[in-house]
Ligand binder design. Structure first.
Ligand code: UGA
Length: 433
């Protein structure tokens, strides 16, 4: 089927490439001409495992193309997906100006029946507003349906998540649109859940908030483990093996970050407030997340006594492994906490250093070109993001090159006993000291 995706960012581009991979003809539209030029030249602007190959293969097969014109996209597709950013505003609510503008732009060029699909994460009832806007601005009085189709891909494994989804949610109030959407997703062989538009919109915020809640639950437990001498890894294995609970997203660490959870929680809290049903549970989830990082900094401070003038090495800057995304990364916040207290920080990250430097996210920090170089002469080593690469580092060597071998494992990546045998003073999260 001919599909158009407006917005060639993380979600738009990966979704477009995966749709093309299963045989659809996809036009990815973006108003950033430089991005379109780069994509046409075969350059993929984000790092996502498997994406570059997918894009090249489908461009060569003429199933995937890039364009800067919404009119071209709408004219040449049956279904038009909106995948533009919905950034947070200072009060936590969602800025919907990009969505509103795209709705008007679609309306301006809409000539015959199209399904307009909202893929961006939006507050409940946005679909209604998109439909009202298109209707109001469309001079041709063309027929159309609006559908909500939230995405559940994770950065770092986006291609796999898209190609093998747990479920597809289609929020639609029209049988015609639902039938077309089912056709789009048929090749993915995934369970399809059809709901009304409002429920589909809510599912997205509710899912992300629940996952964040699981993480905060594990992090709150980790504090109790530390205070009681229990081991968080054993505790979460013990509760997570109950199928009703599940082991996923119960990893205690420095807390969640990234461009989704922090923003979506704030948005959901604001939405709930707005419709008169405050969701205080989610405020506690946020609070635990912040406290987790603060507790970790305190632990480092307690161990080093004073952070000022201390040489601290930080491994990891991205908000999670296998991505170059450093937006709302806890690792970045951590580096800045140390710098603020006067420490001399050297960082190493396999993929995140370019973006951190480009956006000046860790001013004052030095960048090292290897994990070992970062650790050289350090008085403390902090593991902030659990890249697999760090498991292949010769930790015995790291221990030797450090000034004082203190290892603070913010993601419980390493085996405490092995690290202690190497000579490290090892501190994990929720693990016995
Ligand atoms: C998240 C959701 O997992 C996706 O389903 C959703 O589609 C996406 O947001 C979105 O809304 O677009 P993402 O932010 O890419 O995906 O990454 P996650 O793997 O969910 O990790 C988020 C954060 O939670 C990371 O900082 C990670 O380190 C942290 N985390 C995750 C933990 O601290 N503990 C865990 O057990 C799991």
């Amino acid at each position: 089927m001919e599909l158009c995706i407006i917005g060639s960012g993380y979600v738009g581009l990966t979704t477009g490439a995966c749709f093309a991979e299963v045989g659809h003809k996809v036009i990815c539209v973006d108003n950033d001409q430089r991005k379109i030029d780069a994509l046409r030249a075969g350059k993929v602007p984000i790092y996502e495992p498997g994406l570059e190959d997918l894009v090249h293969r489908n461009v060569s097969a003429q199933r995937l193309s890039f364009n800067n014109s919404i009119e071209y996209g709408v004219d040449n597709a049956k279904i038009v997906f909106i995948a533009v950013p919905t950034p947070p505003q200072p009060d936590g609510s969602v800025d919907l100006t990009y969505i509103e503008r795209v709705a008007r732009e679609i309306a301006a060029v809409l000539k015959e029946y199209r399904v307009v699909v909202d893929k961006s994460t939006v507050p409940v009832k946005t679909g209604e507003k998109v439909a009202d806007t298109i209707k109001r601005y469309n001079k041709a009085s063309a027929d159309f349906d609006v559908v909500s189709n939230p995405e559940f891909l994770r950065e770092g494994c986006a291609v796999d998540d898209l190609m093998n989804p747990d479920r597809i949610v289609i929020g639609s109030n029209s049988d015609r649109a639902t039938a077309l959407m089912k056709q789009v997703y048929e090749p993915f062989l995934a369970p399809v859940i059809v709901t009304d538009i409002n429920s589909a919109e809510l599912i997205k915020h509710a899912a992300n908030s629940f996952l964040a809640l699981k993480i905060s639950y594990a992090n709150a437990l980790s504090a109790i483990c530390e205070a009681s001498g229990a081991d968080i890894e054993r505790v979460v294995d013990g509760i997570g093996s109950d199928k009703r609970i599940g082991r996923h997203f119960l990893n205690a660490g420095l807390g969640y970050g990234g461009s989704c959870f922090p923003k979506d929680l704030a948005a959901f809290i604001a939405i709930a407030e707005d419709i008169g049903v405050p969701f205080n549970l989610l405020k506690e989830v946020q609070q635990i997340n912040t406290a987790q990082r603060e507790r970790f900094v305190k632990r480092v401070r307690d161990a080093l006594w004073v952070l000022k003038e201390k040489r601290i090495a930080v491994w990891g800057l991205t908000f999670k492994p296998d991505t170059d995304d450093v937006r709302s990364s806890v690792a970045v916040d951590l580096v800045n906490d140390f710098i603020r207290e006067g420490a001399e920080v050297t960082v190493y990250d396999p993929k995140g250093m370019d973006k951190a430097a480009e956006f000046n996210l860790v001013p004052g920090a030095k960048f090292a070109d290897s994990p070992l170089a970062a650790a050289m002469g350090a008085e403390a080593l902090i593991l902030a993001t659990e890249w697999k690469e760090f498991l292949n580092v010769d930790m015995e060597e790291v221990c030797k090159v450090m000034h004082t071998p203190m290892l603070f494992d913010g993601r419980n990546l390493f085996d405490p006993q092995t690290m202690r045998q190497f000579g490290f003073q090892y501190y994990g999260i929720g693990r016995k000291v």
